[in-house]
Design a binder for this molecule. Structure first.
Ligand SMILES: [Zn+2]
Ligand SMILES: [Zn+2]
Length: 397
């Protein structure tokens, strides 16, 4: 086939694809009328959620209104609902402030703010949590999850910072406003439920990114097969890491099996075998190149430090509630690097969406339960108590 002919075929295919995308967008547009009020869950006191009516929010400059189609329950939602932190509303605890939690959502663009041409009405999008202020040093570096207009100013809207479900209203509602920078298109053949997992995979990618990024042919240990850990195993494998080792407890047996399907070459049940000894056994006495710590267990950092090789790198994604003793001498003597990340910076969500669109790992395996909006408290209970081995519980509108 000549190059001209090949181009012609490609254009024809692209045209065909475009047409079908436009058609389904038009078809979806029908039910996009926006009411004045919406149903939204709001946080009263600790562990008190109530379904109320709120005005539908209006998008400002560089923002769109998203009709929420699905929202996943995250471990951090459970923290916010019970303890308030890390949510911060008007500089204080989020209780009794008419605040709507929920940050792992996806939906359909229904209204464009002034000047928005990055998205069109009817387009399906997944969102990431943080819109940084865009004016501080960290935001300018792409580290908008560590925006400096945070702390006293965290959530100060005049500075442009917003973190939906933390400092601004989130997705346990029918509509939410999002900055265009926080949205990624969802492919037609990806389900709403799977699309809610994009931001979770984004956090895992950000962790690997901070560790150095190019993990092909290098060993990655993921500690803790929660949603982020499982995505970490999938992403590490998709990026060519070898071997990928996933460690969890006896309670996590089902999750470790899912981890295998997502891409873990080896799984370690730390209730049966010492985690450090297991990693050393699998790597024939050597340490790992990288450890992605997603368990939050108090001993995890010290264990990770003994899993990595001299000069190895550890990224902490989860953390224990209380301060813990750390063997600093071991870290220093062995030139071990330790990183902490917050959320999903440096457009990692966009890259996660690309990997998932290419079906590089079966993310949807971690979605286990679905509930309607009216049953958010039940959804939260399933996630909190891991009822029926729940991993990702999704609320669908
Ligand atoms: Zn989350
Ligand atoms: Zn900033």
């Amino acid at each position: 086939m000549s190059q001209a002919m090949a181009d012609h075929v490609n254009v024809a295919q692209a045209g065909g694809y475009r047409k079908s995308a436009v058609m389904s967008t038009a078809m979806r547009r029908k039910d996009l009328r926006i009411p004045e009020k919406m149903q939204a869950w709001v946080l009263g006191g600790p562990d008190e959620l109530a379904l109320t009516e709120k005005p539908v929010p209006q998008p400002g400059v560089a923002e769109v209104l998203v009709r929420v189609d699905a929202v996943a329950v995250c471990g951090t939602d459970l923290e916010v609902i019970s303890h308030g932190e890390p949510a911060l509303i008007q500089g204080g605890m989020p209780f009794n402030k008419n605040f709507t939690p929920g940050h792992e959502y996806m939906g359909t663009v229904v209204k464009l703010g002034p000047g928005v041409d990055e998205f069109e009405i009817g387009e399906r999008v997944a969102v990431e949590v943080h819109a940084g202020c865009g004016r501080c040093e960290r935001c300018r570096e792409g580290m908008y999850t560590a925006c400096l207009n945070y702390g006293m100013n965290y959530g100060e809207h005049d500075k442009g910072h917003r973190a939906n479900g933390f400092t601004t209203d989130g997705g346990f509602a029918e509509y939410a406003v999002n900055h265009v920078n926080t949205m990624v298109p969802v492919p037609e053949d990806m389900s709403d439920e799977e699309a809610t997992l994009i931001v979770t995979a984004g956090t895992a990618i950000y962790g690997l990114d901070v560790l150095g990024g190019l993990v092909a042919g290098q060993s990655v240990v993921v500690m803790g097969p929660g949603a982020i850990g499982l995505m970490g195993a999938g992403v590490a494998k998709a990026l060519g890491a070898s071997p990928v080792i996933l460690a969890g407890t006896r309670r996590d047996r089902g999750r470790l099996e899912i981890g295998r399907k997502l891409g873990a070459d080896e799984v370690v049940n730390v209730s049966e075998e010492d985690a450090v000894a297991a990693v050393r056994r699998i790597l024939r006495g050597k340490g790992a190149h990288y450890v992605l710590e997603c368990s939050g267990a108090p001993a995890a950092l010290n264990q990770a430090a003994r899993m990595v090789s001299r000069g190895g790198r550890i990224c902490l994604v989860a953390f224990p509630q209380e301060p813990v003793p750390v063997d600093v001498a071991h870290l220093v003597r062995n030139n071990i690097y330790v990183y902490g990340i917050r959320g999903e910076g440096r457009s990692a969500t966009r890259r996660a969406a690309a990997l998932m669109a290419q079906k590089r790992f079966p993310a949807k395996l971690i979605h286990t339960h679905t509930f309607p909006l009216a049953q958010v408290p039940t959804a939260i209970q399933y996630a909190r108590e891991r009822i029926e081995d729940a991993i990702k519980v999704v609320v669908r509108m």
